[in-house]
Write a protein that binds this ligand. Sequence first.
Ligand code: AMP
Ligand code: GLY
Length: 428
Amino acid sequence: MNILIIGNGGREHAFAWKIKQSKHCQNLYVAPGNAGTAQVAQNVAIAVDNFEKLGQFCLEKNIELILVGPEVPLVKGIRDYFESKPSLDHILMVGPGKNGAQLEGSKDFSKQFMLRHGIPTAKAQTFTATQLEAAQSYIDQCNIPIVLKADGLAAGKGVIIAESREEAKAEIKDMLQAQKFGAASSKVLIEEFLKGIELSVFVLTDGTDYVILPEAKDYKRIGDNDTGLNTGGMGSVSPVVFASADFLKKVEERIVQPTIRGLQQEKIPYKGFVFIGLMNVQGEPYVIEYNARMGDPETQSVMSRIDSDFVELLAACAKGDLKNKTLTISQNFALTIVMASGGYPGDFTKGFAIAGLDKPHEAQVFHAGTKAKDQQVVNDGGRVLGITATAASLAEAREKAYRTVLNIRWEGVTFRNDIGEDLMKISG
Ligand code: AMP
Ligand code: GLY
């Protein structure tokens, strides 16, 4: 098959790496890609939301399967665009239409969806700019901390956890009236704070049947011991030792199945990934958020544990043929450490040469914000590399990944030193 991956992050490099191993993969392209995807595929300089150009490219190269990595093209309707063009509608695509992508694109939509289908989640109320007073009196009745969520896409920054009612009131004013997150915060959810441990479960569905991928844990804060600002994710681990078979069964029965049934009942066709962000509250799963795509850097760990042919799965999903499909999952642990530009998630400087990339490594080096410049690879984004190691034990995967991290450097590089440490305490 000729395959096009859309996106330019570590997630897309991990997808490309995995897809390249399939016997079904003939020509592989990534739009726009990064310096890492260029090693396994051909990069194509087209933006993820330039549907017209992507469509032309697919016709030129006879693309048979498209895998959409990030949320923006999904929420903007890439599937709807391809389905609306008779010359493009035959191309298989993994990624839901605009309707289904609302699970991620609108937190109000996803909250109401969960409530309609009895899916366990935190209690919440939604307010718009004309309801500021009502929102502030609602805050008076809330327990602290209070979670405020911008309704729309805010590049992972739209959630604020306020430690006092005063802070919550000031924040909600900023969000609703001063449009702190632009149009994304023209509606805001005030949500109950759930206390527990987070993990994510990933489902690939064709709208009727599904396969559950390995679960993973993400490390969202920039600093060790979960301190400092939120990021896109600074590391990931799979499997998650506290996700017992019993817990995962509850997730499947109470969350995965009702989600897919709910989409069917609401006549929302869905061919793609559902990323379910969960809080484990004393052994009971609650949904924190849905995403209509895979996670980054969770994908780097998850792809490293899938032994099955990934192209077969993707094609089955896009054809509506997932029934009876199973996954072979490696028993190994996979651990990813993100190496970021100094200053991230705030301002950072790009263009420093990355040293050590061409040494032999005992871990997989997935690129994210990198580009090739004057025969060198330079940092070109906030999150730059994802170093993924696999091993029979978490401790060993962790050692291999950190040894690799120490062999690679550029000016200002930063990373967390504690990826997986919390899980080692649990697993012993
Ligand atoms: P989200 O963008 O919805 O994933 O939220 C970002 C982060 O905020 C999550 O990963 C959680 O750490 C935290 N968070 C979101 N909602 C809640 C909640 N109801 N209770 C506690 N923490 C939350
Ligand atoms: N790592 C979190 C996400 O991809 O949303």
